[in-house]
Design a protein. Structure first.
Length: 266
């Protein structure tokens, strides 16, 4: 997806060096349709430059800062040296994410989708998310619920979720906690099973969360949670332990949650 307008002064842009001259380099701007910028030799690198080719090469992808835009003369002045390493890495990552999202859009809508339809779907997603990449990543994690507020037809929404789940690599975190469960009930084994089933959520754990409960050593049980972020994981972990505690205490038993294994068990 390329923008048809012009970049703003101060903006960081990604482009490919397509021509090198004695006075500077021309950069084909990847994110802007039919836009080309000039980076004067003095803006290529810090210090005195004898040969521009010692610092850049044709075909190289660079991040540049927009210094000035003159639409009347179709000129965009750029600086490569004004971009620090952190800005370069961050901008390149965002650019890569945008390219991935563009590919996912084509997979979802079809390679032959016309510009108007692509733009309509993209704008609907961007009205709710910071970027198309964010939209697909969230859809991969939370499913159609994540797109419930997006003004799209049901079939398009479903297709985007399907495409997201087939192609997006979702970052996950893992957290672990422990719960001690004891029951004086004559049917204590059954009461413990019920408490463990409660901890596992009885099928009500959010779709994006993977939760498992395993036996460590009486009376201790391990709860492991895999989720897309730490807050979700921690909330799911604490909720699982609370469900187990409430279940066992309802039948006269006791339950206690702790983050680390009991030292006596190690």
């Amino acid at each position: 997806m390329q923008y048809s307008g012009w970049p703003e002064p101060g903006e960081l842009v990604v482009g490919e060096i397509d021509e090198i001259a004695d006075f500077g380099v021309f950069v084909d701007l990847d994110e802007y349709e039919n836009k080309r910028g000039l980076c004067h030799i003095s803006e290529v690198a810090s210090g005195w430059i004898k040969n521009v080719r010692d610092h850049v090469r044709e075909g190289q992808t660079v991040v540049a800062k927009v210094l000035d835009v003159d639409e009347s003369s179709q000129q965009i002045d750029l600086s490569i040296k004004d971009v620090n390493e952190h800005q370069r890495k961050e901008t390149i990552q965002e650019w890569k994410n945008a390219r991935k999202a563009d590919n996912w859009m084509l997979l979802a809508l079809g390679e032959d989708v016309d510009d108007d339809r692509y733009t309509a779907v993209a704008n609907a997603l961007l009205a709710e998310f910071e970027s198309l990449y964010d939209a697909f990543e969230t859809a991969a994690i939370h499913g159609e619920e994540a797109l419930s507020d997006v003004e799209l037809d049901d079939d398009v929404r479903a297709t985007i979720v399907e495409t997201a789940r087939e192609n997006v690599s979702v970052p996950y975190v893992n957290v672990t906690g422990y719960v001690d469960l004891e029951s004086p009930d004559p049917d204590g084994v059954d009461r413990l099973k019920e408490a463990l089933q409660a901890a596992e959520g009885n099928g009500e754990v959010p779709e994006e969360v993977e939760l498992t409960v395993s036996y460590v050593g009486s009376p201790e049980y391990r709860i492991q949670v895999k989720a897309p972020d730490y807050k979700t994981a921690e909330d799911a972990l604490e909720a699982a332990a609370e469900r187990a505690r409430e279940s066992i205490e309802a039948t006269g038993g006791s339950g206690q949650f702790h983050r680390d294994r009991n030292e006596d068990d190690e």
